[in-house]
Design a binder for this molecule. Structure first.
Ligand SMILES: Cc1cc2nc3c(=O)[nH]c(=O)nc-3n(C[C@H](O)[C@H](O)[C@H](O)COP(=O)(O)O)c2cc1C
Length: 212
Protein backbone atom coordinates (compact mmCIF):
# COMPACT_ATOMS: atom_id res chain seq x y z
CA UNK A 1 0.00 0.00 0.00
CA UNK A 2 1.42 3.40 -0.96
CA UNK A 3 1.37 6.36 1.43
CA UNK A 4 1.78 10.00 0.47
CA UNK A 5 3.94 12.19 2.71
CA UNK A 6 2.60 15.71 3.19
CA UNK A 7 4.35 18.39 5.25
CA UNK A 8 2.32 21.45 6.31
CA UNK A 9 5.17 23.73 5.19
CA UNK A 10 4.63 22.59 1.58
CA UNK A 11 0.88 23.20 1.29
CA UNK A 12 -1.41 26.21 1.60
CA UNK A 13 -3.64 26.95 4.61
CA UNK A 14 -6.80 25.69 2.87
CA UNK A 15 -5.15 22.35 2.18
CA UNK A 16 -3.93 22.16 5.79
CA UNK A 17 -7.45 22.90 7.05
CA UNK A 18 -8.86 20.12 4.89
CA UNK A 19 -6.31 17.65 6.21
CA UNK A 20 -7.10 18.68 9.80
CA UNK A 21 -10.85 18.22 9.41
CA UNK A 22 -10.35 15.01 7.46
CA UNK A 23 -8.01 13.54 10.07
CA UNK A 24 -9.70 14.48 13.33
CA UNK A 25 -13.04 12.75 12.87
CA UNK A 26 -15.73 12.51 13.99
CA UNK A 27 -15.79 15.72 16.01
CA UNK A 28 -18.48 16.67 18.50
CA UNK A 29 -20.14 20.00 17.85
CA UNK A 30 -20.27 22.68 20.55
CA UNK A 31 -23.28 24.87 19.86
CA UNK A 32 -22.27 27.97 21.76
CA UNK A 33 -24.54 30.76 22.99
CA UNK A 34 -22.93 34.00 24.09
CA UNK A 35 -23.92 37.60 24.78
CA UNK A 36 -21.94 40.75 24.04
CA UNK A 37 -21.32 43.57 26.51
CA UNK A 38 -23.91 45.54 24.52
CA UNK A 39 -26.45 42.75 25.11
CA UNK A 40 -26.52 41.10 21.66
CA UNK A 41 -27.19 37.37 21.88
CA UNK A 42 -25.21 35.06 19.56
CA UNK A 43 -25.32 31.36 18.75
CA UNK A 44 -22.79 29.46 16.58
CA UNK A 45 -21.39 25.93 16.14
CA UNK A 46 -17.76 24.90 16.73
CA UNK A 47 -16.37 21.45 16.07
CA UNK A 48 -12.83 22.15 17.24
CA UNK A 49 -14.27 21.25 20.61
CA UNK A 50 -13.11 18.89 23.28
CA UNK A 51 -12.86 18.03 26.97
CA UNK A 52 -9.80 19.45 28.73
CA UNK A 53 -10.15 17.95 32.21
CA UNK A 54 -12.85 16.58 34.48
CA UNK A 55 -11.56 17.78 37.85
CA UNK A 56 -12.37 20.59 37.46
CA UNK A 57 -14.65 20.09 34.44
CA UNK A 58 -13.03 22.15 31.68
CA UNK A 59 -13.85 22.26 27.98
CA UNK A 60 -12.25 24.02 25.04
CA UNK A 61 -13.42 25.46 21.77
CA UNK A 62 -11.12 26.80 19.09
CA UNK A 63 -12.35 29.90 17.32
CA UNK A 64 -10.67 31.18 14.15
CA UNK A 65 -10.94 34.65 12.60
CA UNK A 66 -13.19 35.79 9.77
CA UNK A 67 -11.64 38.36 7.39
CA UNK A 68 -9.04 39.17 10.05
CA UNK A 69 -11.79 39.99 12.57
CA UNK A 70 -12.55 37.96 15.68
CA UNK A 71 -15.76 35.92 15.41
CA UNK A 72 -18.61 37.12 17.62
CA UNK A 73 -18.42 34.05 19.84
CA UNK A 74 -14.80 34.67 20.90
CA UNK A 75 -15.34 38.39 21.28
CA UNK A 76 -18.46 37.91 23.40
CA UNK A 77 -16.88 35.30 25.68
CA UNK A 78 -13.93 37.61 26.35
CA UNK A 79 -16.34 40.48 27.03
CA UNK A 80 -18.91 38.83 29.29
CA UNK A 81 -17.17 35.59 30.44
CA UNK A 82 -20.25 33.35 30.80
CA UNK A 83 -21.54 31.18 27.93
CA UNK A 84 -23.44 27.97 27.26
CA UNK A 85 -22.29 24.97 25.20
CA UNK A 86 -25.08 22.72 23.89
CA UNK A 87 -24.98 19.26 22.35
CA UNK A 88 -26.31 19.02 18.80
CA UNK A 89 -28.62 16.00 18.82
CA UNK A 90 -30.63 14.37 16.01
CA UNK A 91 -33.34 16.71 14.78
CA UNK A 92 -31.39 19.90 15.57
CA UNK A 93 -28.83 19.74 12.74
CA UNK A 94 -30.68 22.14 10.41
CA UNK A 95 -31.02 24.79 13.11
CA UNK A 96 -27.35 24.34 14.03
CA UNK A 97 -26.38 24.89 10.40
CA UNK A 98 -28.44 28.10 10.18
CA UNK A 99 -26.37 29.43 13.11
CA UNK A 100 -23.14 28.99 11.10
CA UNK A 101 -24.12 31.82 8.75
CA UNK A 102 -22.10 35.02 8.68
CA UNK A 103 -24.58 37.43 10.28
CA UNK A 104 -23.99 40.97 11.56
CA UNK A 105 -23.24 41.12 15.32
CA UNK A 106 -26.71 42.39 16.22
CA UNK A 107 -28.48 39.43 14.59
CA UNK A 108 -29.77 36.91 17.12
CA UNK A 109 -29.26 33.42 15.64
CA UNK A 110 -31.89 31.98 18.01
CA UNK A 111 -34.42 33.97 15.99
CA UNK A 112 -32.81 33.13 12.63
CA UNK A 113 -33.00 29.40 13.45
CA UNK A 114 -36.44 29.56 15.10
CA UNK A 115 -35.09 28.34 18.45
CA UNK A 116 -36.59 29.21 21.83
CA UNK A 117 -34.13 30.70 24.32
CA UNK A 118 -34.47 30.24 28.06
CA UNK A 119 -32.39 32.09 30.67
CA UNK A 120 -29.38 30.24 32.03
CA UNK A 121 -28.98 30.13 35.81
CA UNK A 122 -25.42 31.30 36.38
CA UNK A 123 -24.25 32.99 33.16
CA UNK A 124 -25.65 35.91 31.17
CA UNK A 125 -26.01 34.04 27.84
CA UNK A 126 -29.35 32.26 27.30
CA UNK A 127 -29.59 28.54 26.56
CA UNK A 128 -31.39 26.62 23.81
CA UNK A 129 -34.62 25.17 25.20
CA UNK A 130 -34.61 22.27 22.70
CA UNK A 131 -31.03 21.07 23.34
CA UNK A 132 -31.00 17.88 25.45
CA UNK A 133 -27.72 18.76 27.17
CA UNK A 134 -26.33 22.21 27.95
CA UNK A 135 -23.28 23.24 29.94
CA UNK A 136 -23.10 26.66 31.52
CA UNK A 137 -19.44 27.70 31.31
CA UNK A 138 -17.26 30.37 32.88
CA UNK A 139 -14.30 31.61 30.84
CA UNK A 140 -10.97 30.59 32.38
CA UNK A 141 -8.18 31.14 29.84
CA UNK A 142 -7.31 31.66 26.20
CA UNK A 143 -4.33 30.45 24.19
CA UNK A 144 -3.77 32.29 20.93
CA UNK A 145 -1.94 30.62 18.05
CA UNK A 146 -1.18 31.76 14.51
CA UNK A 147 0.06 34.82 12.70
CA UNK A 148 -1.28 38.34 13.23
CA UNK A 149 -4.68 38.66 11.54
CA UNK A 150 -5.04 34.89 11.12
CA UNK A 151 -5.15 33.82 14.73
CA UNK A 152 -7.08 31.07 16.42
CA UNK A 153 -8.21 31.43 20.01
CA UNK A 154 -8.34 28.23 22.04
CA UNK A 155 -10.88 29.22 24.67
CA UNK A 156 -10.97 27.17 27.85
CA UNK A 157 -13.95 27.38 30.17
CA UNK A 158 -15.08 25.66 33.33
CA UNK A 159 -18.45 23.94 33.38
CA UNK A 160 -20.37 25.38 36.33
CA UNK A 161 -23.77 23.78 35.67
CA UNK A 162 -25.23 21.06 33.48
CA UNK A 163 -28.81 21.01 32.21
CA UNK A 164 -29.67 17.46 31.15
CA UNK A 165 -33.08 16.49 29.82
CA UNK A 166 -34.37 13.60 31.87
CA UNK A 167 -35.26 11.43 28.87
CA UNK A 168 -31.58 11.10 27.90
CA UNK A 169 -30.49 10.16 31.43
CA UNK A 170 -29.81 6.83 33.08
CA UNK A 171 -30.04 6.26 36.82
CA UNK A 172 -31.10 9.90 37.08
CA UNK A 173 -27.37 10.77 37.00
CA UNK A 174 -25.64 9.91 33.76
CA UNK A 175 -26.11 10.64 30.06
CA UNK A 176 -26.94 7.65 27.85
CA UNK A 177 -25.25 8.12 24.43
CA UNK A 178 -27.85 5.94 22.72
CA UNK A 179 -30.69 8.08 24.05
CA UNK A 180 -28.80 11.34 23.42
CA UNK A 181 -28.16 10.64 19.70
CA UNK A 182 -25.40 13.26 19.24
CA UNK A 183 -24.48 14.42 15.74
CA UNK A 184 -20.81 14.57 14.75
CA UNK A 185 -18.98 16.54 12.13
CA UNK A 186 -16.74 14.90 9.56
CA UNK A 187 -14.82 16.65 6.78
CA UNK A 188 -16.41 19.38 4.66
CA UNK A 189 -20.19 19.24 4.67
CA UNK A 190 -20.31 15.67 5.95
CA UNK A 191 -21.85 14.77 9.29
CA UNK A 192 -22.54 11.53 11.10
CA UNK A 193 -25.14 10.15 13.49
CA UNK A 194 -24.41 7.81 16.35
CA UNK A 195 -26.86 5.03 15.55
CA UNK A 196 -24.23 2.28 15.42
CA UNK A 197 -23.11 2.18 19.07
CA UNK A 198 -21.20 -0.83 20.43
CA UNK A 199 -19.77 -1.82 23.80
CA UNK A 200 -16.32 -3.17 24.62
CA UNK A 201 -14.87 -4.06 28.05
CA UNK A 202 -11.34 -2.99 28.90
CA UNK A 203 -9.14 -6.02 29.64
CA UNK A 204 -8.52 -4.91 33.23
CA UNK A 205 -12.10 -3.93 34.08
CA UNK A 206 -14.95 -5.94 35.49
CA UNK A 207 -18.17 -6.08 33.48
CA UNK A 208 -20.23 -2.93 33.97
CA UNK A 209 -17.38 -0.96 35.53
CA UNK A 210 -17.08 2.46 33.92
CA UNK A 211 -13.79 3.23 32.16
CA UNK A 212 -12.06 6.55 32.77
C1 LIG B 1 -20.51 22.12 12.20
C2 LIG B 1 -19.68 23.38 12.18
C3 LIG B 1 -18.54 23.44 12.93
C4 LIG B 1 -17.75 24.62 12.96
N1 LIG B 1 -16.62 24.64 13.71
C5 LIG B 1 -15.88 25.77 13.79
C6 LIG B 1 -14.72 25.81 14.62
O1 LIG B 1 -14.37 24.85 15.32
N2 LIG B 1 -14.03 26.99 14.68
C7 LIG B 1 -14.41 28.09 13.97
O2 LIG B 1 -13.77 29.15 14.08
N3 LIG B 1 -15.51 28.07 13.17
C8 LIG B 1 -16.25 26.94 13.07
N4 LIG B 1 -17.38 26.92 12.29
C9 LIG B 1 -17.80 28.14 11.60
C10 LIG B 1 -18.56 29.07 12.54
O3 LIG B 1 -19.72 28.43 13.06
C11 LIG B 1 -19.00 30.33 11.75
O4 LIG B 1 -17.84 31.04 11.36
C12 LIG B 1 -19.93 31.21 12.54
O5 LIG B 1 -20.44 32.19 11.65
C13 LIG B 1 -19.27 31.93 13.68
O6 LIG B 1 -20.24 32.76 14.24
P1 LIG B 1 -19.96 34.01 15.17
O7 LIG B 1 -19.16 35.05 14.42
O8 LIG B 1 -21.35 34.47 15.47
O9 LIG B 1 -19.22 33.54 16.38
C14 LIG B 1 -18.14 25.75 12.20
C15 LIG B 1 -19.31 25.67 11.41
C16 LIG B 1 -20.05 24.49 11.39
C17 LIG B 1 -21.29 24.41 10.54
Amino acid sequence: MKFRKIDPGDIDRRHIYRLMVGTIVPRPIAWVSTISAAGHVNLAPFSFFTAVSHAPPMVSISVGMRDEIQKHTARNILETMGYVIHVVANGLEEQMNVCAGNYPPDVNEFEEAGLDAVPADLVPAPRIAAAPVAMECRFRSVITNGAEGDQTNLIIGEVIRWHIREDVMVEDKYIDPVLLKPVGRLAGNHYCRTQDVFEMQRPDRKKGQMAS
